[in-house]
Each structure stands twice: as C-alpha cells, then as structure tokens.
Design a protein around this ligand. Structure first.
Ligand SMILES: *[C@@H]1O[C@H](CO)[C@@H](O)[C@H](O)[C@H]1NC(C)=O
Length: 388
C-alpha cells in the first residue's frame, strides 16, 4: 500500500483526479527528479543540519541494521562499523583546501571517519581500492554544524562535486531554546547562566559591535533572490571573532537564509538537495522517510524501511523541561523573534521557492505550523500543488 505513498493533497474531486494521476505517474513531479549517485563521492550523502532538527533520528533511520542489511535492499549498504555520526571534518576550519585532495592527510582521515572501505589501505593503493570498492558502499556524514560553516561547501567541493545533501530546518527560536537545553542537560554547560542571559549577550553583541551590525544589516538588505550577496554577507559575518563562541553560534545558527546561500552558490546541484521541515518530520515520519528514500535511492520504501519509520517516536531528546533557566522569558523571546523575523522568516519562503523552482531542490513539509504566518507561505504551497 505504502509503495506509492502519494503526496497529492486536496479534497473531493481533486482527490479522485490526484489518485488517478498518482497511479499513472510515479509520484515525482518535474522538479523532483531522481539523480544518480556519484559512485566515488566522498561521502555519498550528507545531512548538514540543523542541530535539534531531527538529524540524529534520520541518521538512525538510514543506517539501522534492519534496513541497511535487508537482503531485499537494492542499493549498496552503509558501513556497519561506522562509530561516528558526525565526522565534522568539513567545518573544522583552518584546513588547507589542498589537504582535502586524494592521498592527502585530511582526505585519508575523512575516509577513516566515514568507515569507508578504503580508509585503511595504504595511500598509494587508494585509486585501486576506490576503483574496486567505491560502488560497493555508500557513505553518510551527519554533522549538523556544516550548513552554517562558510568553508564546508568549499572543502566538500574538493572531495566530490555530486554528493547528495539533506538539510532540516526547524523554527529558529525553538531551535535555539532546545539546543541550549541540550548543552545544559547533556553537557552541564553554563551552570549559572540562563538562556535569557545568553540571548541578551548575543543581541547586545551584534548591536554594539559595529562591524557585525553593519554586516548583518547588509545581509538583510540583499535582495532575497541575490544568492551571491547573501553568501558574501554570511562569509563576512563569520569573519568576526564574536561568531566563534558556542554561545553566539546557538543563535547565529538559526540564520538559515544567509548560511544556506553559501551552499547554494558553491555546492548545491539540481536534484541533489532535499530540504526538510523538521516539524513535519517529527509529525509525519513515514511520509518524510518515503520522500527521503526516493530522493536518495530513486525507489519506493522497502517494507523494512516502512516498518522502521512507523515504529516508535522520533528520536529527539525532549529538551525543554519546566526549569526556568531553560526557557526564554516572554520579553527576550519577543526580541529573538523579531531578530529572526527580520533575518529569516521574512525571506524564508522566497528562498524555498527559488531553491525548489529554480535550483531543483526537493522539498518536504513547510505546509503547516509553525510556518503558516510567514510571508509567501500560501503562494509556496499553492505552487507546489499545481506542479503535480
Ligand atoms: C576493498 O575493500 C576491502 C574491505 O575494506 C579491502 O580489504 C580491499 O583491499 C579493497 N580492495 C582493494 C582493491 O583495495
């Protein structure tokens, strides 16, 4: 039944027509074209963000033994010995790009971190090993800090030009709040500083540091279709030391429109990017995984994938408990909302529309809360429907 999980929406007559269409056409609308995977891409797939947006759960859905070793699986498996979800190599910074060339130290380290079958062969034998092994194995890096690193897409280009990317977007105020809780509850960070303290410091810093304030304003003034302007602004913003601290990254990491511009400009290719709404992923994981599997492998879900997706809740730590320091007070929440309103929400649907309609990105979600008040929400979703 779930093999052709049709995403056509609509009521009454539309449903009948849509159902007929869905039977006739295998689901993919024009802009959601399956692209073949580059056999020697290092890695084959990346989940680049966002932290607390469902990346860990998605990683588990893709690599769990029941799906990865399913004998019915037509695709090469992921390495079963991969210890690490987050290789993190690409956002390290300070790496010379030439270190990412085949046979160079960073390249070899990355192969090992990905548990690539050629990770442990002598470097002189790498070409031979890749020729023999590259198509037998897929690799996956899920590092939720990559998307806001202005250098990660450039490093990735050194490694492979056709890796497929999944980006998950969560409402930025919520993201900051849950991420703060995550660091506090799992790492014992900031024993005597509340999220309000951190948010206030961040807002104060970006308003008083004239360099940062100017760069942010320039970013906000870019016309929303001007990817080059947005990408350069993000590069400039990241040059300021104030962007180096974890505290400030918690908040700056929500600036999706600027951060993704660097990826759009330097890396993304048609059919090789899937943008997922984290909220829709949390609420409708089976539908979400159906989309992910089509995007990655160009096929419907296997029964094992279907069962896994339908089982259990989405693996996410429920971060926000009722501890005052973990929760934004109403006035600070309001200030943060205004900040993101100006820098993210206002241009979000213009960005998503451009990525989907002009740049060939796949999309999932963004058709309900918490996005329904954003400018462009209705047009984006109406256009998405008519494409079917
Ligand atoms: C292919 O990978 C396997 C497993 O890691 C390795 O033992 C073998 O040497 C590789 N093949 C070549 C030709 O290097």
């Amino acid at each position: 039944m779930k093999r052709f999980q049709c995403s056509c929406r609509g009521a009454t007559i539309a449903t009948v027509i849509a159902a007929a269409l869905c039977l006739a056409l295998p689901v993919l609308s024009k802009e959601e074209e399956f692209m073949p995977n580059q056999p020697d891409a290092i890695p084959s797939f990346l989940i680049i963000g966002t932290a607390k947006g469902g990346t860990t759960d998605l990683f588990a859905q893709l690599t769990a033994g029941v799906v990865n070793l399913d004998p019915d699986r037509p695709d090469p498996p992921f390495p079963m010995n991969q210890k690490l979800k987050e290789a993190g190599v690409l956002s390290r910074g300070g790496v010379s790009a030439s270190e990412m060339l085949p046979q160079k130290p960073q390249y070899l380290e990355y192969l090992r971190l990905l548990s690539h079958p050629c990770g442990n062969v002598h470097r002189t034998l790498i070409p031979e090993c890749l020729a023999a092994n590259a198509t037998k194995q897929l690799t996956l890096d899920a590092t939720p800090t990559y998307y806001f690193s202005p250098v990660a897409p450039l490093y990735l280009r050194q490694l492979s030009t056709l890796s497929k990317i999944i980006m998950m977007i969560r409402e930025p105020v919520q993201r900051a709040e849950v991420l703060y809780s995550h660091y506090v509850l799992t790492g014992g960070r900031w024993p005597d500083r509340s999220i309000d303290d951190l948010a206030n410091d961040f807002l104060k810093a970006i308003n008083t540091d004239t360099g940062v304030a100017t760069a942010l304003q320039r970013a906000a003034d870019c016309s929303s279709g001007d990817v080059f302007c947005l990408a350069n602004s993000w590069r400039d913003i990241n040059g300021f030391t104030l962007m180096d601290t974890l505290e400030n990254k918690i908040f700056a990491g929500g600036l999706y429109n600027y951060a993704l511009a660097v990826w759009r400009y330097h890396y993304f290719r048609p059919g090789r990017l899937l943008v997922m709404d984290s909220h829709a992923y949390f609420d409708r994981r089976v539908d979400a995984m159906d989309k992910v599997i089509r995007f990655m492998y160009g096929r419907p879900m296997l029964p094992s994938e279907q069962t896994l997706a339908a089982t259990g809740g989405v693996w996410r730590k429920v971060g926000v408990r009722v501890v005052p320091k973990l929760i934004l007070s109403a006035p600070v929440r309001q200030q943060l909302s205004e900040f993101y309103e100006q820098h993210v929400m206002r241009g979000l649907f213009r960005m998503l529309s451009d990525m989907r309609d002009k740049e060939g990105a796949w999309m999932f979600g963004f058709n309900g809360e918490p996005w329904n008040e954003c400018p462009g929400f209705r047009e984006f979703n109406a256009a998405g429907k008519s494409k079917l």
